[in-house]
Write a new protein. Structure first.
Length: 190
């Protein structure tokens, strides 16, 4: 095993896909941390804290390795929309997003030698077209909403709900690739 290879502290298939597309050599080691928002936290602070905690949790067991972690948070009109717990929760979220613009914050952190070496939060604004109750029910039946913040994935069927994205589409997918690549270069990974 290459000791210099990056560790991705995430089980997200979307993050793996984005790093693979960027031709970055990495292995996956999940942090196992439970994502719990503190009462006072907004989307940006929550995403940054979770990214830092995930990176540090994995870095503790791999002290000589560079660890990348990320967290994505969806916020609509002041409400944080996490991963839905069931179909009614997904329907509630998708109804809230219907016909509105919301914010997607993805934060990433890079840890090395037991410390966070870099971290950043990137924001994109996403506008949904108006969705019918039938569209929402049909989408929920696909199962796609259940492992995604805000109950949708831009890279899947849910991408058809989006009428506009201001900012990075990769960020909405779960990793602000441009910013991550720049930070990794600063830490010796090309």
């Amino acid at each position: 095993m290459n000791a210099s290879k990056l560790i991705l502290a995430s089980g997200s298939p979307r993050r793996r896909e984005l790093l693979t597309r960027a031709h970055i050599d990495f292995e996956v080691v999940q942090s196992g941390l439970e994502e719990i928002r503190e009462a006072h936290e907004g989307a940006r602070d929550y995403a940054l804290r979770m990214a830092r905690e995930k990176a540090l949790a994995v870095a503790r067991n791999h002290p000589t390795r560079l660890v990348l972690a990320a967290d994505t948070v969806v916020e609509c009109e002041g409400e944080i929309l996490e991963k839905p717990i069931d179909a009614p929760d997904a329907a509630r979220m998708l109804t809230a997003l219907s016909g509105r613009t919301h914010t997607v914050v993805t934060a990433f952190a890079i840890a090395s030698n037991g410390e966070v070496a870099a971290h950043q939060a990137v924001t994109s604004r996403v506008t949904f077209r108006t969705l019918s109750p039938e569209e929402i029910a049909s989408y929920i039946a696909t199962g796609e909403p259940f492992d995604k913040a805000g109950a949708y994935g831009i890279q899947g069927v849910g991408g058809g709900f989006i009428s506009q994205v201001e900012g990075s589409r990769d960020n909405v997918m779960g990793l602000p690739t441009e910013e991550v690549i720049a930070a990794l270069r600063e830490h010796g990974i090309d």
